[in-house]
Design a protein around this ligand. Structure first.
Ligand code: NDP
Ligand code: 2IT
Length: 448
């Protein structure tokens, strides 16, 4: 597909000129603008108010030096980022990613998508994202702590519980959030809900750890139910073996499916009997080791070097839960040839545009990240509510709210797709539904 509308093509050309070479960011913007053609035709008021020109430009972008001392006494320098993308409907909200591939383009694509995702959750959260090109792999606990403290010393100048509330993403879980929270509290002399994904002893929410993976399966369940189908008896392939992948695997299994393959950046395991999640959790959450270890502990499982090979494993449902552009057009065609019926994105932008087009062209049900993985940030929103009330809900209460939110996201995306003439296209539906709420808020608040 291409952007045919002249006005949208102009907006995109401007974005391309201003952000030359930022390929992930341009990819994310292109996909969204492409789906706005029916909106531009229907909503002259939005065009007149310059909403689309404004929404593609972040409100604020900060880049900073993060210096820290490693265990050998050597000074290390990383580059930190925070993009505060859009605050029309609430304080900036979005995760922090620690991975060597992090750069301005990656942070801006994630921040841009976060705005629409957060809007879809129905909760009052604007969009933001942050991170650093720090590689947590092989670092000692002390090194992780010193990095997180240095990172927060600078980040603390820009965030706050009513301004911008970061959380986890790749490379950032409860341990890193703990160190960052501690540093913020110390710097500000203030105990507030400035971060989400906190530990349960200091303001974290039950079910936040599980929320993205569980939410992905709740969303997938809605997609299947709309076609009179369910998880029962399906073979599922899940890429990654981090926070999102593990809890997606757990819920898919609870729903009666069999998860036959999972991966990390080195390779993938295949287990025809269905993955043993206790073993995966032990390897990944406790030992922080490689997934390769699995085959030494579980009989009948095999390991293949190279993570992309996972898409050659035959399955009914594929849930990419690792990283952006991890599933390309050729890999999509392999999945289709092997009979895949549904793909839902746990990671952010895991499917390339060619892959998305292949799935949609072949009639594979496709659940886009902005909608399908919104359960994590939605539960972060619930953590913020609990922090404001100085109260905690039970696991069951949070999980019930999460299920309700995922249902409403599915409904909003599928209804918007229908209303704007692209029935069954959840990519367009999620983009449009998420956008319209932000657009209304921006128009009400005046030009800024
Ligand atoms: P984790 O750090 O817990 O796990 C990431 C997983 O993806 C690991 O298995 C990792 O393998 C793999 N991975 C990361 N980078 C690459 C890469 N470049 N190539 C191949 N594999 C890679 O992160 P999360 O599970 O939290 O995040 C996974 C995805 O889900 C990301 O796209 C994130 O943005 C998205 N997401 C996360 C949410 C959350 O609440 N955590 C919410 C919504 C979306 P290895 O260990 O070898 O690096
Ligand atoms: O991509 C995402 O939605 C996240 N990493 C979660 C963000 C959050 O604020 O919980």
């Amino acid at each position: 597909m291409a952007i045919k509308n002249a006005y949208l093509a102009d907006v995109y050309a401007q974005v391309e000129a201003r952000n030359a070479g930022e390929k992930e960011f341009l990819q994310a913007v292109y996909e969204v603008l492409e789906s706005f053609e029916p909106v531009v035709e229907k909503r002259e008021d939005i065009v007149k108010a310059g909403i689309i020109e404004r929404i593609v430009e972040p409100e604020r972008f900060v880049q900073f030096r993060v210096a820290w001392v490693d265990d050998a006494g050597k000074v290390q320098v990383n580059r930190g980022f925070r993009v505060q993308y859009n605050s029309a409907i609430g304080p900036y909200k979005g995760g922090i990613r620690l991975h060597p591939s992090v750069n301005a383009s990656v942070i801006k694509f994630l921040g841009f998508e976060q705005c629409f995702k957060n809007s879809l959750t129905t909760l009052p959260m604007g969009g933001g994202k942050g991170g650093a090109d720090f590689d947590p792999k092989g670092k000692s606990d002390g090194e992780i702590m010193r990095f997180c403290q240095s990172f927060m010393t600078e980040l603390s100048k820009y965030i706050g519980p009513d301004t911008d509330v970061p959380a986890g993403d790749i490379g950032v879980g409860a341990r890193e959030i703990g160190y960052m929270f501690g540093q913020y509290k110390r710097l500000r002399n203030e105990f507030t809900g400035v971060l989400t994904g906190k530990g349960l002893t200091y303001g974290g929410s039950l079910a936040r750890k599980e929320a993205t993976g569980f939410g992905l399966c709740y969303f997938t369940k809605e997609m299947l139910a709309a076609k009179g189908d369910s998880f029962e008896g399906k073979n599922v392939v899940i890429s990654g073996s981090g926070n999102v992948a593990i809890y997606a695997a757990q819920k898919a299994t609870e729903f009666g499916a069999k998860v036959v393959a999972m991966s990390d950046s080195n390779g993938y395991i295949y287990d025809p009997n269905g993955v043993n999640l206790d073993v995966i959790k032990q390897i990944k959450e406790v030992e922080r080791a490689r997934i390769k270890e699995y085959v030494a502990r579980v009989e009948g499982a095999t390991y293949t070097e190279g993570c992309r090979g996972i898409w050659s494993v035959k399955c009914d449902i594929a849930l990419p839960c690792a990283t952006q552009n991890e599933l390309n057009g050729d890999e999509a065609k392999t999945l289709i040839a092997n009979g895949v019926k549904l793909v839902a994105e746990g990671a952010n932008m895991p499917s390339t545009p060619e892959a998305v087009a292949a799935f949609q062209g072949a009639g594979v049900l496709f659940g886009p990240a902005k909608a399908a993985n919104a359960g994590g940030v939605a539960t972060s929103g619930l953590e913020m509510s609990q922090n404001s009330m100085r109260y905690s809900w039970s696991f069951e209460e949070v999980d019930a709210k999460l299920q309700g939110i995922m249902k409403s996201i599915y409904k909003a995306a599928s209804e918007a797709a229908k209303e704007y003439g692209c029935e069954d296209n959840l990519v367009a539906g999620a983009n449009i539904a998420g956008f319209l709420k932000i657009a209304e808020a921006m128009m009400a608040q005046g030009v800024m």
